[in-house]
Every structure is written in structure tokens, then in C-alpha cells.
Design a protein around this ligand. Structure first.
Ligand code: 6R9
Length: 647
């Protein structure tokens, strides 16, 4: 924890959309009369039929229902593209920076319109209609944005799967939402290395009964891939056959826009469903106010479109605002650790939004790779994905931003659709490590384990007391799971799964997940998913997975594995298990440490006591807490003496 405070610079208070007084009055208005507040701000997007109703939401147990602007009709692609054509058709919408510094491309709003319409027509010719699901498994190339917007234009629901997921994970996600169409590329390119995307799609689709009807393949590397006749088509060949005009489907505000799978504490990943009107209003409004986006800014969010940050803050929020958004295919340390800063200079980026894990890894390389670049164009920095430790915050502020650029530490989730707790750069003083205050309309509360609401400075679990327009509406195909996961722990409130502290100024400090979700380099991972991958291995009898503090990744994955009788615990088997998990889920789930354990600490009723495993992984041997309920207290000593060390 840091007790440093950085006041709002006076130029920022004067020039930004809101200063502190303005924030206070807008915030009060937003929570005192949400209907009036959002009724007004809902107009920031264009509606084909204006709404007459604003908020219709209930968190009541058994009847959770969330509707915003429910009788309005609009289209997200229309708002992100068409409505800008008259005023800024020739302005750059997307700057694409390739994996190699020699490759980049600029796409104006007019060009974006033509590209989106062509892709929409290619889908339409293959029978895609309003309500159909389309899976997108693409690298960070402009076609990923075209594909999202093409789906939105037709009213099809996209489900993007991050290119780092394995064929198994991809197949599960295609099957869960019943996509009949997959959009992919021959190969991806990251840090000079190729990613076999089309081959992964083939393997994924082979596991699905009935397969899929169409696989559309964008040529990225030109690498040779297998094409199944009748099912697979190269995008450029299909696009050559269609026009660049395609009408935008009128969509009800509550019609689904996308599904995005995310990890929870139990079971398989959930299909988080977001809808049309409220989501776009919220994504665009937060993008404008949090980043203080003004026309002329060059805005860069380094996330991948496979995560929610890419959805809301590379594509939908910025494009709805008519911004110039930069899309980066590569990685922070290729071809050198100056890459981020080189790209900022090359494209004159003014707003830069990245993750603590990237900052920490670049920080290790020292100041010189930063200082050899100018970064004079920068005026605002942002952070997202996990708590940012004060050391990384200070380095980001002083070295990258040269003390000139406020940092917005934005707390939010896949489920929330947009940023919920964040500084506003002209209004909020900054405290390194604190996400500070709620955005308009957001009512955070801190509760204790029993659900009692805490007042003043306190610590506990973070809940949100009422709905905001960007909130997820359901788990795709499983509304009961939605209610169970988010509204049953503290009935009548949305439970975030995060712990937090609130200080005397009313500032929030997110302390991390309180459930069995771990956050590895800003990527969410359910410990149960990694465990089930491990126990699927024929030599593994049991597995328990916990997070442990990791200098760069924030958290690393620590797996305790009990082998089948008679299996030798060898170094080779350890490597085999790591490779196995990579294959089953994807590289982001690779265990950092595997400890072979003859037994796991269990209660007499057979529950694994993860609290103890967590403490051992954290090297906190003295604070294991009560071990008296263990069926066999002896296993703990063995676990401690065989603790694996960070390598
Ligand atoms: C946007 C995104 C959500 C979880 C969330 C929390 C952690 C995200 C944070 C943060 C502290 C921040 N998280 N931003 N923790 N400070 N600024 O990351 O969505 O992938 O769903 O992860 O990430 O634990 O609950 P998602």
C-alpha cells in the first residue's frame, strides 16, 4: 500500500470533460434518479426508434432481470460506422500496427464501412441471420474488427475466442453456443512466431457432432492450410463476389450483441451475454469520460479483442465515439523492449491503455529502452486487468509518462461490460494502487462475509447494489447459473468476486479475487478448469490448483498433483503435465510449478482445504490457520517440505 497522493493538475481540471465538482454533481444525479440520468445519456447513440423506457431491472432472488432502453431500436454497427460517414468519412478509424514494425495500415471510416459491409454480405450469403451465433478466432488484424461489426450489422451474435486457446477450448465454446460459422485466419503472427489458427479450428470442429457449416479463412501469412471443400472458403475470394453495401438490421436494445466466455470459480467457462443498447451507451460513455477522449486524440488499447477489454475499448467504445483506435498485432518485447514506446512515437499516440503485467515486465528492462523514445504525444495513461502494485504505478507515471500524464486505473470485469471504478483524469486525485471512485450510476458497497454493509473506511467483499446499462444480462443458455453465480451470495446484490478496501476518502482499493479464480497476466483462469485438465491425464489421480504471487504475471499457477499408484514422480512427467495442460486449455494455463503430493489436505468430509494449499504456495507456513479439521494432519508437513521453488 502506498500513501502517496497526486492532485489533479489544474490544466486537467480546466480542460477535461469533468472536474471534481462536476463529478460530484453528476454522480449524485446518476444514483438519485437513474431514469433521468440515463434517459439523457442514452441519447449519445443514434436510435432508429427512440426509447420511452429507460431502466427496468431487478436483482430480486429468483427474478433477476436486467433491461435498459427496452423499447428502443438501433444497430451497433450503424453507430460505430455509418453515423460518422458524413462528418468524418475520411478520418482514420483504425490504425493497424503489425507484428513486424515494417507493417502498418490505416483504415478510414469510409473504408471501414465498405469492409464491414462486405464481410456482412459474405456471412449473409452463407445464411447468417439475426440471432445466429458466429465464432471468431482471429489474430489482431483489422478483419477481427470488421467481423465483429459485420455480425452486429446483421444482428448475429459474435463469440470471440482468444487465439491462444487450444482446439479443445475452442471446440467447447463453438459447441456451447451452437455456432455454425467460424471466422479464422490461416495463421497468426506474434513476436515473429506463427500460430496455427486454421489447423486449430479443424481440430476443434472435428470434435463437434455435426461440425460447422462454414469456415471463413482470412489470409494472414499465406501459409499452407487444409481447406475442406464445401465448408471452407478464403475470405478474399468470397469478398470478391459481394458488394460493399449491406443494410443494418434494426435491433431492439435488448437483442444480444455478443457472447464472451469467461472463467468462474466452478464448472466450465460461462458464456457472458451482452446486449445492444445499454452496452453501447455504457462503453462509449466510459470511453469518452474515463480517457477524456477528444476528437484528434490517437487512442491505443493494447488488449486483444479476444478479451472484453478489446471488445469495449478497442472496438465498440472508441468507434461509437468516432475515435481513431490503434490495433496492435504484436507483443511488447518484439523486436525489442522499446516496441510500445516506438509505436507511440510512430503513430503519435496520445492515450495509452495497457495492463500491469506488461508494465512490470518492461520495468525489468530498465529505463533506457523507454528513455530512448520521445513519447511527447502522450497525455493520458491507463491500466486494467489486475491490481497495479504501487512500484509499477510509479514507474509507469514517472518513467513512461514523465510525471505529465494522469493514470486511470480502471476496475471492471467481463460481466460489467465497461469500467465501473476509475479515476476521471480532470476530477480525481490519484493514489497509486487505488482504482479510486465509482463511475456515474455505479453503486459499490463493501460487505462482510455475512453480507452486512460496511460503512466508512473498511475492508470486505465488493458488491454493486444496483444495475448499470453495461451489465451482462445472462449466462448464455443458463439464466439460473447467472442468478446463482452473481446474485445468490449476497441476495439482492451483484457479487463481483473481488475483495476490496475503502479508505477514509471513499476511495476503493481492489485486493483481488476472493473466489477460486486466479488472474495470470491479467487473464482469468478458474482453478477448476486447470484441475480438470490435469486429472484428465491418465497418470494423475487428483489435482488441486492455487495461485501464488508472481513478480511479472501477478499470479502464477501452482498445481499440487497426486499420481496414480505406482507412477514415478519424475522431472520428465512434470514437463509432460505442463505440455498436457497447454494442449488441453492453451498456453495461458501452463502451470508454473507442479508439486507431486502423495496426499492433499482434506477435511473429514473429503473437501480439499485450498486455504492451506494457498498458504503453502505463498510460503506462509506459519499462518496455515486451523488444521485440526484435517482428516490426516500429516500431509501438511510433507507438502511444506516439498514446496516447489520459483524458477
Ligand atoms: C476488464 C477485465 C476481471 C477481474 C476482476 C479483478 C481484476 C480488472 C482491475 C482488476 C484490480 C483493476 N481486475 N481490472 N483488479 N484493479 N484495475 O480485466 O475483465 O478478464 O473479466 O477480469 O480482473 O479481479 O474481477 P476480466
Amino acid at each position: 500500500m502506498s500513501d502517496k497522493v497526486y492532485d489533479v493538475p489544474s490544466q486537467w481540471a480546466q480542460k477535461a470533460y469533468v472536474d471534481d465538482a462536476h463529478y460530484q454533481s453528476m454522480y449524485a444525479a446518476s444514483v438519485n434518479d437513474p431514469n433521468a440520468f440515463w434517459g439523457e445519456h442514452g441519447k449519445r447513440i443514434d436510435w432508429f426508434t427512440p426509447y420511452t423506457k429507460v431502466k427496468n431491472t431487478s436483482y430480486d432472488p429468483g427474478h433477476v432481470s436486467i433491461k435498459w432502453f427496452e423499447d428502443g431500436v438501433t444497430n451497433v454497427a450503424y453507430n460505430c460506422v455509418d453515423r460518422h460517414l458524413e462528418t468524418r468519412g475520411d478520418q482514420v478509424a483504425i490504425i493497424w500496427e503489425g507484428d513486424s514494425p515494417d507493417e502498418s495500415r490505416k483504415i478510414t471510416y469510409r473504408e471501414l464501412s465498405a469492409e464491414v459491409n462486405k464481410l456482412a454480405n459474405v456471412l449473409r450469403n452463407r445464411g447468417v441471420e439475426k440471432g445466429d451465433r458466429v465464432t471468431i478466432y482471429l489474430p489482431m488484424i483489422p478483419e477481427a474488427a470488421f467481423a465483429m461489426l459485420a455480425c452486429a450489422r446483421l444482428g448475429a451474435i459474435h463469440s470471440i475466442v482468444f487465439g491462444g486457446f487450444s482446439p479443445d477450448s475452442l471446440g467447447g465454446r463453438i459447441a456451447d453456443c451452437g455456432s455454425k460459422v467460424v471466422i479464422t485466419a490461416d495463421e497468426g503472427l506474434r513476436g515473429g512466431r506463427k500460430v496455427p489458427l486454421k489447423a486449430n479450428v479443424d481440430a476443434a470442429v472435428n470434435q463437434i457432432e455435426g461440425g460447422v457449416d462454414h469456415v471463413i479463412v482470412v489470409r494472414r501469412t499465406g501459409g499452407k492450410v487444409d481447406m475442406t471443400p464445401g465448408r471452407d472458403v478464403y475470405y478474399d475470394e468470397a469478398a470478391a463476389m459481394v458488394t460493399d453495401e449491406c443494410p443494418a438490421e434494426p435491433m431492439n436494445a435488448e437483442d444480444p450483441l455478443f457472447i464472451l466466455y469467461t472463467s468462474g470459480s466452478t464448472g466450465k467457462p460461462k458464456g457472458v451475454l451482452h446486449t445492444t443498447g445499454g452496452y453501447l451507451v455504457y462503453a462509449s460513455m466510459t470511453h469518452q469520460y474515463v480517457f477524456d477522449y477528444h476528437p484528434g486524440d490517437i487512442y491505443w488499447c493494447t488488449a486483444d479483442v479476444g478479451w472484453v477489454t478489446g471488445h469495449s475499448y478497442i472496438v465498440y467504445g472508441p468507434l461509437a465515439n468516432g475515435a481513431t483506435t490503434l490495433m496492435f498485432e504484436g507483443i511488447p518485447n518484439y523486436p525489442s523492449v522499446s516496441r510500445f514506446w516506438d509505436v507511440i512515437d510512430k503513430h503519435q499516440v496520445s492515450i495509452f491503455y495497457t495492463a500491469p503485467t506488461a508494465i512490470r515486465s518492461l520495468m525489468q528492462a530498465g529505463e533506457e529502452p523507454v528513455k530512448r523514445t520521445s513519447r511527447a504525444s502522450l497525455r493520458l495513461l491507463g491500466s486494467v486487468g489486475e491490481p497495479i502494485n504501487p512500484e509499477a504505478w510509479e514507474w509507469y507515471y514517472h518513467v513512461v509518462g514523465e510525471g505529465r500524464c494522469p493514470i486511470v486505473d480502471t476496475w471492471w470485469q467481463t460481466e460489467t461490460g465497461g469500467i465501473l471504478i476509475t479515476p476521471l483524469p480532470g476530477a480525481t486525485k490519484l493514489k497509486p494502487g487505488s482504482a479510486t471512485r465509482p463511475f456515474f450510476g455505479v453503486q459499490p458497497e463493501v460487505v462482510d462475509a455475512a453480507g452486512a454493509v460496511q460503512e466508512g473506511a473498511c475492508e470486505g467483499n465488493l458488491v454493486i447494489a444496483d444495475s448499470w446499462p453495461g451489465q451482462m444480462r445472462t449466462v448464455y443458455g443458463d439464466h439460473e447459473r447467472f442468478e446463482q453465480t452473481y446474485f445468490s451470495t449476497y441476495p439482492g446484490k451483484y457479487f463481483t468476486g473481488d475483495g476490496c478496501r475503502r479508505d477514509a476518502d471513499g476511495f476503493y482499493w481492489i485486493t483481488g479475487r476472493v473466489d477460486d479464480v486466479i488472474n495470470v497476466s491479467g487473464h482469468r483462469m478458474g482453478t477448476a478448469e486447470v484441475e480438470s485438465a490435469l486429472v484428465a491425464h491418465p497418470k494423475v489421480s487428483e489435482a488441486a490448483v492455487v495461485g501464488f504471487p508472481h513478480d511479472i504475471k501477478g499470479q502464477g499457477i501452482y498445481a499440487y498433483v497426486t499420481l496414480m499408484d505406482g507412477v514415478e514422480p519424475t522431472e520428465e512427467l512434470r514437463k509432460e503435465l505442463v505440455a498436457w495442460v497447454r494442449r488441453e486449455i492453451g498456453p495461458i494455463a501452463s502451470p508454473d510449478l507442479i508439486q507431486f503430493a502423495p496426499g492433499l489436505p482434506k477435511t473429514r468430509s473429503g473437501k480439499i482445504m485450498r486455504r492451506i494449499l494457498r498458504k503453502i504456495a505463498e510460503d506462509q507456513f506459519e499462518s496455515l490457520g486451523d488444521t485440526s479439521t484435517l482428516a490426516d494432519p500429516g500431509v501438511v508437513e510433507d507438502l511444506i517440505s516439498n514446496r516447489q521453488n520459483k524458477r
